[in-house]
Design a binder for this molecule. Structure first.
Ligand code: ZN
Length: 582
């Protein structure tokens, strides 16, 4: 799939790696979980209130927001259908069961948007449903194989093949056995008609021209099944209400990765963070010019940055709200739009904050020395995520090896992802320390620099355990193990006699600089053998780290969002699916 590596990457970066952490199902598949077992499974998602301050919204936007939340609820409805044909009937049945076990089943169903537990390799937690989530979800006939699909597509005229393989059709089988493609606008006609009407109402209420345009075109797309023009309008969207609504990601189609699931993110733009991001971005060339590598490896003229938006989530629905919560996304997926306008990264700040409070703070209480715990703070955490994203754009990329023009990615091959993730973490720290030291960090007085660095480095130490918790089988975990061991070996991270960790601030700046240099030089030289050596030595879980990780097993994996602001503005209609409030 086109975007999988990037999305997996930001999801993990943003505390959502948990879906990759596969636990064994907690009971044999023949017996559905008992009430106690179900409660334990549910407790892996800490209920966390998501509130957003609406005071800066205009009256028109506030009314539009209520309409958009209502439209998003429709997408929960469509998404349930897309996941499984039996979902709605099952949900109706679950709602009737008022016993404690029935309530727990309904609650966990709603978290997963189906009868399969995402944290347990999608194993069923109810009886009388398929033992595993279906690979083709409800996008294809349940009895269709990939081979049958491919063979069928070959028989079609070329102009029809595109729609059949496209994002926005489902494949159905006629009683005689023949396959056919049905456009979403037809398959989900009732719901999309309703969503389109709500989007038009919202478009009439908002004063913002770019939002008006996007909503109007999106409403048309729901009915015409042609999303191109509205995807372009989404790239131009610049409004206090930052809305993403439509069929987007294809992860639920595990047969072919073609079919898009409906989702909605109803967000408010975060103007303060967006301004901070702008300041960082204006200093990026200066950071590049001061990277701790020889000048010949620096890039004298950086290219344009992909746009990044920082927002706060009021409500999410459908594919945007099940299992482990999305903390950032990168859209659109339509390559024609990406060619023309690039893509946009949206970072959900309050969602990151919710995860930080419910997951990272408890982690820090186990793994950090007592005096270090007070230094862990969300602002440092989120700022480092922004710096990580920005520094993916600096450092050696196009390189020269001997006479050859090549790229760091090509030369480091399968090791590139791990080295590049570690580089973005480390260079992100380097960048923030540089800005602090040079009086260029927004709103920071020189006398507060030392304290700000203490918070930055300690928060990074705590968050490294959050990444390591998901193992070292993928780029982020491996890259983090490399960094932690490097910094331990330099004495910058320290191990206390009681098994907790701390930071030696006297050596941390220099150690980060060294680490940044070593990683950048692997990329600058396209040094595959060097990268392999470094990973073999350092990308391991040492006993002291394993010991710390073992203490974290009862800490929640992720959060279950309670949409406080959204529920006040637009309570879900009685007919729509609604989980019991925890
Ligand atoms: Zn990254």
């Amino acid at each position: 799939m086109k975007r999988l590596p990037f999305v997996v990457l930001i999801l993990i970066l943003s505390l959502t790696a948990c879906s990759l952490a596969t636990r064994k199902p907690e009971q044999p598949s023949t017996q559905p979980p008992t009430l106690a077992e179900l409660e334990r499974m549910t407790a892996r998602f800490a209920p966390t209130r998501l509130e957003v301050n609406l005071s800066r919204l205009s009256t028109g936007d506030r009314k539009a927001l209520a309409k958009l939340i209502e439209a998003a609820h429709v997408f929960d409805d469509i998404f349930l259908t897309q996941v499984w044909s039996g979902n709605h009937a099952l949900l109706t049945k679950l709602k009737e069961d008022k016993t404690p076990l029935g309530r727990a089943r309904l609650h966990y169903f709603w978290i997963n948007k189906g009868p399969w537990s995402e944290l347990d390799e999608n194993a069923a937690f109810l009886s009388d449903v398929p033992a595993k989530k279906l690979a083709g979800a409800n996008f294809y006939p349940e009895d269709m194989s990939k081979e049958e699909f491919e063979a069928w597509v070959k028989t079609l005229p070329e102009e029809n093949q595109e729609a059949v393989r496209g994002f926005f059709t489902v494949i159905r089988r006629a009683p005689a056995g023949k396959l056919s493609a049905v456009p979403y606008s037809q398959e989900y006609a009732d719901q999309l008609l309703r969503a389109a009407a709500l989007l038009r109402e919202a478009a009439a209420l908002t004063e913002n021209p770019s939002l008006k345009k996007f909503l109007t075109l999106r409403a048309e797309a729901f009915l015409s099944n042609d999303y191109y023009a509205s995807d372009l309008a989404w790239m131009d969207l610049d409004a206090p209400l930052d809305i993403t609504i439509g069929p987007y990601e294809t992860y639920n189609d595990e047969i072919l990765g073609y079919k898009a699931a409906f989702e909605a993110y109803i967000n408010l733009r975060d103007d303060a963070e967006t301004a901070k991001l702008k300041v960082f971005a204006t200093h990026l060339q200066e950071i590049e010019n001061h990277l701790p590598i020889e000048p010949q490896y620096r890039n004298p003229k950086l290219g344009a940055l992909a746009p990044i938006r920082v927002v706060n989530e009021v409500f999410s629905a459908g594919d945007g709200n099940h299992g482990v919560q999305t903390a950032a996304y990168n859209l659109p997926n339509d390559e024609r739009v990406v060619q023309e306008k690039g893509s946009k990264r949206v970072m959900l700040r309050n969602m990151q904050q919710a995860k930080f409070g419910s997951v990272l703070i408890p982690i820090s209480q186990w793994v950090l020395a007592k005096e270090a715990q007070a230094e862990v703070n969300f602002d440092s955490f989120f700022t480092h995520i922004l710096a990580h994203e920005l520094t993916h754009g600096i450092g050696p990329q196009r390189i020269r090896v001997g006479e050859r023009e090549t790229s760091a990615r090509q030369e480091l091959k399968e090791l590139y992802g791990t080295i590049e993730e570690a580089k973005a973490d480390s260079t992100g720290l380097f960048m923030l320390a540089y800005l602090m030291d040079h009086g260029k960090y927004p709103g920071l007085r020189q006398q507060d620099v030392e304290a700000a660095k203490r918070r930055l480095y300690t928060t990074f130490l705590a968050s490294s355990f959050r990444s390591l918790r998901f193992g070292i089988n993928e780029a982020h975990g491996r890259g983090m193990a490399l960094q932690v061991n490097y910094l331990l070996d330099k004495g910058a991270f320290t191990l206390q006699p009681d098994g907790t960790f701390g930071v030696d601030f006297a050596v941390m700046d220099a150690a980060v600089r060294d680490l940044t240099r070593d990683l950048l030089m692997l990329e600058a030289r396209g040094d595959y053998a060097g990268a392999k050596r470094m990973l073999d030595q350092l990308a391991t879980l040492r006993p002291e780290v394993k010991g710390a990780l073992a203490k974290l097993k009862d800490i929640p994996t992720d959060i279950e969002p309670i949409f406080v602001t959204a529920n006040e503005l637009a309570p879900p209609a009685a007919g729509l699916a609604l989980a019991p409030s925890p």
